[in-house]
Design a protein around this ligand. Structure first.
Ligand code: ATP
Ligand code: ATP
Ligand code: MG
Ligand code: MG
Length: 284
């Protein structure tokens, strides 16, 4: 008897709730559904290359805390490359990516329709996949170092409408890599080999142009900047391209490959060799 009464009570309560929550019977919409209209549309303009650039938050401190080798910790750079490959493997429409220091730029083809070109969806998915990959793969690159706190990456989307603009964007990032790396190489040489305090090294470099920096390295420390590793000077470019693979039966076939390069991407040579990178969609 008591159970029957309880069941009846429960039925009437849920009927009242349903009446108040759902506005019509035909769709599973609640009366709260209107709040969706407060969301703004953030569709990225058609016919433009989409660049998503992520950058580590406070990596100056992060690299200190985790005792990165200065000015270039190779393991840290390779971990960044590993994370970039995770993003490229997940997003088929990225044709080229460029990374240096704590940043990576991912270029989506101009006719990409991914997530209906919704900016926030793209930025957040890429930044979060990158950050989780950084943690996931950390121990492969730093087997003897414990991660002290979770790293974080910001992200932004920028649109480039012309081939010149997108090439200039990538040139800008590579030029930035060169400028910073030259500065950092001299700065840390003055500190590590020259015994200068960071403040003194900074003062020594203030107002110098690149020729002066090369000269300090060469004349005072016997270091030829040109012989520094290309990965440090040029950053890392990851592209997709078709490569010929030999089959066991002696035949060969073309297969898509993701390759990591440390070459110049400012001049024409790279683009003449890889014209497909900026061409419209073709099934790869
Ligand atoms: P923000 O949050 O504004 O990006 P940030 O401290 O991350 O601040 P950045 O301009 O992004 O500043 O610079 C990243 C810094 O991280 C570099 O200046 C360098 O000190 C350090 N860093 C990044 N990668 C490496 C590496 N592979 N080896 C050594 N240091 C690195
Ligand atoms: P999208 O990438 O568009 O967000 P999605 O597959 O993540 O796609 P959501 O609408 O976010 O779709 O729904 C998340 C789904 O994840 C749920 O429908 C459910 O199947 C599953 N899920 C999430 N949390 C749990 C959980 N705690 N237990 C069981 N399943 C869960
Ligand atoms: Mg940063
Ligand atoms: Mg940075």
């Amino acid at each position: 008897m008591i159970f029957k009464t309880l069941r009846l009570l429960e039925n009437s309560i849920s009927q009242i709730l349903r009446k108040n929550l759902f506005t019509t019977s035909k769709m599973a919409k609640s009366k709260f559904d209107y709040v969706r209209n407060f969301e703004t549309e953030d569709k990225l303009l058609q016919n433009c290359w989409i660049v998503i650039r992520i950058d580590g938050k406070g990596f100056h401190k992060f690299s200190d805390e985790h005792e990165f080798v200065k000015p270039n910790d190779l393991n840290a750079l390779n971990l960044m490359n590993k994370c970039a490959r995770a993003v490229i493997d997940d997003f088929n429409e990225i044709m080229i990516a460029y990374g240096q220091s704590d940043e990576y730029s991912f270029v989506f083809r101009k006719d990409s329709a991914i997530y209906s070109r919704r900016g926030s969806k793209l930025i957040t998915n890429i930044a979060s996949l990158f950050a989780s990959s950084y943690v996931f793969h950390w121990s492969e690159f730093f087997p003897d170092k414990k991660l002290k706190y979770p790293p974080c990456f910001d992200g932004r989307a920028v649109l480039y409408p012309s081939e010149k603009n997108i090439r200039d964007y990538l040139s800008w990032r590579q030029a930035d890599c060169h400028i910073n790396n030259l500065y950092n190489t001299v700065f840390w040489t003055l500190v590590q080999k020259g015994g200068l305090k960071p403040r003194a090294a900074q003062e020594r470099l203030s107002g110098t142009v690149s020729g002066d920096k090369n000269e300090i390295l060469y004349a005072e420390f016997g270091v030829n900047y040109n012989n520094e590793p290309a990965q440090f000077k040029k950053g890392t470019t990851i592209i997709k391209r078709k490569e010929k693979i030999e089959l066991p039966d002696g035949q060969s076939k073309m297969k898509n490959k993701v390759v990591e390069l440390d070459c110049d991407i400012i001049g024409d040579e790279f683009w003449n060799e890889n014209p497909h990178l900026l061409e419209p969609f073709k099934e790869m």
